[in-house]
Every structure is written in structure tokens, then in C-alpha cells.
Design a protein around this ligand. Structure first.
Ligand code: AMP
Length: 181
């Protein structure tokens, strides 16, 4: 337990997150995590914090383009497990499986390389921010369709007022974020 003179990972993270109003569109308060990457120790501690909460060691970590890639690689490396990227449509070069989901305006499609997730793998899904949960659901569905199970979700930030957790609660009870707003 931290003493009163020590700051927690969440407190240090909170001090580094930059709020950018009206990005990428009016009315959105964007949580910019790029200042976090200037502090290598904090990045490492964020990964350790998320890993410390996992009930079981996953077989792989599935990371969502693009801001999920940064801490996602640290998670995979520290856990010594494979990293599997989920990318926006048209970015992955080999044969892919796609999942299309609804956004506030229009749709989005995420893809995963076919045959990378091994049958029965228990996969941790990581992204930087949990907002409405649509992206996390898409990643989870791709993992499941490829034969994996969902070990948990690990986010840097949760925007709890958007209730994304409710959307992904049916996959697993292991839903972690370092900080929640
Ligand atoms: P979601 O609504 O949970 O599907 O979030 C969609 C994606 O957009 C996630 O990968 C987040 O990284 C990103 N995102 C959504 N809302 C925000 C926000 N307010 N600040 C930063 N990133 C966001």
C-alpha cells in the first residue's frame, strides 16, 4: 500500500493525461495519452499495475489499433506471451477475419489475421481507452470467432459515464483499468 508521501500509478497517470476538448469532433473530450509515453517508468508501471490484477496468466494479448499498441507490447513482453494486433480494415496484409460494428455515425470494421489465435487460447484484450465499448466488443468477437476465449480486458483509462463495461461484462468479469473517469 502506498504511504501518504508516495503517489500511486493512477495518480501519476492522471497527472499525465491531457484533456483535448472537441477532438476529433465537437462535444468529445479526448483523453490524450501521448504525454504518458514521455515517462518510460510510468509506462512500465502501468503495464505492471494491469498485470498485477490478472487472476490468470493469459496465453496471448490482443491489442487494438492504434493506441492499444503502445502499452500492449509492454504487456505481452512482460508476460512473455504472444501479441496479436487487431487493425482497421485494409491494414493487415495476409488473410483476415473482419467484424463490423456501429458507431454513433456510420460503421467501423476491425480485422485480425486468420489462424494466429490458437484454439482454446485465453486472450487478454488491451486498448488505451474504454469508451462506449464497441471497439472492445469487436476485438472480443474476433478472438472468439478465431477459437479463443476472453481472459480479460485491460485498459489504461475507462470513461465510466459511457457505460462500456456493461457492454463487455458478458465476456468476463476481469475488466481492468488503471484510472476511471
Ligand atoms: P469505444 O467507444 O469504446 O468503442 O472507443 C472507441 C475507440 O476510440 C477506443 O479505441 C478509444 O481509444 C477511442 N476513444 C473513444 N473515446 C475517446 C476519448 N474520449 N478519448 C480518447 N480516446 C477515445
Amino acid at each position: 500500500m502506498p504511504t501518504s508521501t508516495q503517489t500511486t500509478v493512477a495518480e501519476r497517470l492522471n497527472a499525465c493525461i491531457r484533456d483535448v476538448p472537441d477532438f476529433p469532433q465537437p462535444g468529445i473530450l479526448f483523453k490524450d495519452i501521448t504525454p504518458v509515453f514521455l515517462d518510460w517508468q510510468l509506462c512500465s508501471d502501468i503495464a505492471d499495475e494491469l498485470i498485477s490484477r490478472l487472476a490468470t496468466k493469459p496465453d496471448a494479448v490482443c491489442v487494438v489499433e492504434s493506441r492499444g499498441f503502445f502499452i500492449g507490447m509492454l504487456l505481452a513482453n512482460k508476460l512473455r506471451i504472444p501479441l496479436v494486433p487487431v487493425r482497421k480494415k485494409g491494414k493487415l496484409p495476409a488473410e483476415t477475419r473482419a467484424f463490423t460494428y456501429t458507431l454513433e455515425y456510420g460503421t467501423a470494421t476491425l480485422e485480425i489475421h486468420k489462424g494466429v489465435i490458437q484454439k482454446g487460447w485465453n486472450v487478454l484484450i488491451h486498448d488505451d481507452v474504454l469508451a462506449t465499448g464497441g471497439t472492445a466488443v469487436a476485438a472480443a468477437e474476433l478472438v472468439r470467432e478465431e477459437g479463443g476465449t476472453i481472459a480479460g480486458f485491460a485498459f489504461i483509462v475507462e470513461l465510466s459515464f459511457l457505460h462500456g463495461k456493461e457492454k463487455i461484462a458478458s465476456y468476463t468479469s476481469q475488466i481492468e483499468s488503471v484510472i476511471s473517469y
